[in-house]
Design a protein around this ligand. Sequence first.
Ligand SMILES: Cc1cc2nc3c(=O)[nH]c(=O)nc-3n(C[C@H](O)[C@H](O)[C@H](O)COP(=O)(O)OP(=O)(O)OC[C@H]3O[C@@H](n4cnc5c(N)ncnc54)[C@H](O)[C@@H]3O)c2cc1C
Length: 491
Amino acid sequence: MIRQLHIIGGGLAGCEAAWQAARSGVPVILHEMRPLKRTQAHETGQLAELVCSNSFRSDDHHASAIGLLHEEMRRAGSLVMSAADRNKVPAGAALAVDRLGFSRAIEDTLRATPNIEIRRNEVTAPPEEAYAVIIATGPLTSAPLAEAITAFTGSQSLAFFDALAPIVHMDSIDLSQAWFQSRYDKPGPGGTGKDYINCPLDQSQYEHFVNALLTGEKTSFKEWERNTPYFEGCLPIEIMAERGPQTLRHGPMKPVGLTNPHRPEKPYAVVQLRQDNALGTLYNLVGFQTKLKHGEQTRIFRMIPGLQNARFARLGGIHRNTFINSPRLLDGRLRLRTQPRLRFAGQITGVEGYVESAAMGLLAGLFAAAEWRGDAELPLPPPTSAMGALLQHLTVGAQADTFQPMNVNFGLFPPIPAPLQADGRRARGKAKAPARKHAYCARALADMENWLKQVSKICGQAMPGTGATASGEPVSEMAVETGHGGKDAAP
Ligand SMILES: Cc1cc2nc3c(=O)[nH]c(=O)nc-3n(C[C@H](O)[C@H](O)[C@H](O)COP(=O)(O)OP(=O)(O)OC[C@H]3O[C@@H](n4cnc5c(N)ncnc54)[C@H](O)[C@@H]3O)c2cc1C
């Protein structure tokens, strides 16, 4: 029997996974249901269609977490990045692409790769006979497969809407106004009685805040999203505000059981922030899922005392989105704990964004390839890298009880002290931010080098620039020709 890897979903993650596995010599069958069956958002039958914006966001790999992720993926020979680079259009500091050219480049490369078979079919359950499967069906996974996933993961483990509350970098919260305390000082299971950060509002601040929520500009649900009911438990904060001026004070902003150590008077309302990652570098605004536009969120949430200088790692949102509870279900290599022959990749794992989805495809493809080759398990990418930090967040760092999709950001990285300046002192305040970002990026790229050598050894892939796999398996020329993954891409 041929040991084939079945990949379900020919989107960004599925295509990247297929490419990475195939160039390690693994026979791959890539299943894509379009154009036979459409989703509500895709418009073409092409592989790797970009469903909305044509931007991959900042391409600055010295100072932005997403730019760093681009660069790490290029160095790992990513097909998605290579196709993006070949099809880029002018967009300032961002990497934006000609979407049709981008999809075509990916499809052409996969078609030309001898050990990949592309099948146009809807998969309604992971193929029983398959030696290994990667499920990469994205935020709009078809209903029969979603039902099958629910059946083997449990009904609480698959969500159909995300409800994103904004997330703030802990070191940007002003603790001369805010304070640590759990309501009624209750420690709860595993807590200390000081688990939340509390931001107090007096009556006038509360009224201004509610007014800003009511008048702030919002995005609307798409027509097809309206047909999928979302439940009362995750109402947008501005909808709660519309229900009455006191609704928030009796909901997520209730001030009871909390004592402000900085001021004698009782707060009229309180915004609570809860730790969002194991590192303790990120905190989310509890109950603040919202459809406010991003610019409005920054403006309005900075009205909250203690958050006046907040840096947001993620802004809020509510979208149609199918995703699993990865921290509960997956092991460190994206395998389902209960059925390790099944892996997940892409947006369905609870990452957010085109590039993050493709990055999880890249890792899933490599992990599957290492298994297939059987020599050694591929070590995890370093947690100091963008890929490693995202993976670690999904699989161990995020809180399973409140898990919601996440984009890449420096708050997921192990903290780094502010670097020394020319005068020998550590940068402080606003001056600290750019130097720190540079330090995160430099550390990540240095740490990735060793990991990439292991990839080359264990998966038999060509190191960038050599053009052939260690085992002599065919490699499409594309990654080499385009210079990404090629010699010219080396720093
Ligand atoms: C409406 C919408 C807009 C978005 N806009 C952006 C944006 O502007 N920028 C951004 O960075 N991110 C955006 N995202 C989020 C996310 O980055 C993208 O959805 C991204 O395409 C996810 O990549 P993926 O590979 O996980 O899924 P997809 O790219 O969606 O690929 C999954 C593939 O699986 C196929 N499939 C589904 N079910 C089956 C099945 N049962 N059998 C076979 N094939 C199946 C689908 O047809 C699809 O081709 C958006 C998401 C949505 C829903």
